[in-house]
Design a protein around this ligand. Structure first.
Ligand SMILES: NC(=O)c1ccc[n+]([C@@H]2O[C@H](COP(=O)([O-])OP(=O)(O)OC[C@H]3O[C@@H](n4cnc5c(N)ncnc54)[C@H](OP(=O)(O)O)[C@@H]3O)[C@@H](O)[C@H]2O)c1
Length: 253
């Protein structure tokens, strides 16, 4: 039986990905912050927090103890920060969860990995990453920071593909579409308005479909806008800098 690990498996797109992969016959391990969080039937839970270097290291260890080979690791968990918050390392919350945590898990779990699917976001096109400012939230913006962190994360996909060439681990990234979830819900009146707007958006199952398709695909270093392959921006100098920075900030790799 093939094993899939899905971060953020307790709600939104991740919940639907877990359900679909279990239905396809995978042994599915959902990573959730709350150990009692609901997950679909036949899905196991490993609880863990992607918030900081320390908690990601603990999660990597827990996953190592629970899983043999990880046939696919789906980095689905993500945060759209509506206000500036720092983790215990002094890193802006979404830079830690969306960018550093997948990097650290990839490095820590590499010997067990066969394939990685990174849930990205089409909004990366609006992102501008400044390695001297973005990690610490010095350029925080409630609309743009999410895009910045998704761009940083996406720029490393081709570098992981290259890094893992000899090991045979593959990695692709995918924008799941515009999907009705609680992502970026600011609460209050604005949140209520946003929820009304989102009623027209596609359900989580639609966002899960391209992620599930890529989970069993071959190929590496690519980005898919839902089903359509699109080029990843070529910013080799920035990408290399972000790679080295992620190594330093996470102590991994
Ligand atoms: N929805 C869209 O339209 C859309 C579009 C493009 C890309 N995406 C991407 O799709 C992915 C899933 O998003 P979604 O829309 O399904 O969002 P969501 O409903 O808000 O779910 C986010 C998930 O991430 C988990 N998470 C957040 N911070 C975490 C942390 N520190 N440690 C562990 N888990 C954490 C959440 O867990 P808790 O329940 O504990 O908070 C939750 O399970 C994200 O990567 C997002 O960027 C979504």
């Amino acid at each position: 039986m093939h094993t899939a690990v899905v971060t953020g498996g307790n709600r939104g797109i991740g919940y639907a990905v877990c359900g679909a992969l279990a239905h396809k016959g995978f042994r599915v391990v959902a990573v959730t912050r709350n150990p009692a969080a609901p997950v679909p039937p036949n899905v196991e839970v490993v609880s863990g927090d992607l918030a900081s270097r320390r908690t990601v290291a603990a999660l990597a260890e827990a996953l190592s103890n629970t899983c043999g080979t990880i046939d696919v690791l789906v980095h689905n968990a993500g945060v759209w920060p509506t206000r500036l918050r720092h983790n215990e390392d002094g890193i802006e919350e979404s830079f830690a969860v969306n960018h550093l945590a997948p990097f650290q898990l990839n490095m820590a779990l590499a010997p067990k990995l066969r394939r990685v699917v990174q849930v990205s976001a089409g909004l990366y096109v609006k992102g501008r990453v400044d390695p001297d400012r973005t990690p610490w939230g010095k350029d925080f913006h409630r609309m743009r920071t999410y895009c910045d962190t998704k761009r940083a994360n996406l720029l490393l996909t081709p570098l992981f593909a290259e890094h893992w060439q000899d090991a045979g681990v593959t990695i692709d990234a995918v924008h799941p579409g515009v999907i009705r979830t609680n992502l970026g819900d600011p609460g209050g009146v604005l949140g209520a308005v946003l929820r009304l707007v989102k009623r027209r958006w596609a359900p989580p199952e639609a966002g899960a479909a391209p992620v599930v398709r890529l989970s069993s695909a071959t190929g590496t270093g690519r980005f898919f806008n839902v089903e359509k392959e699109e080029p990843i921006p070529s910013e080799p100098e920035l990408a290399r800098r972000l790679w080295e920075q992620a190594r330093k900030l996470t102590g991994a790799g």
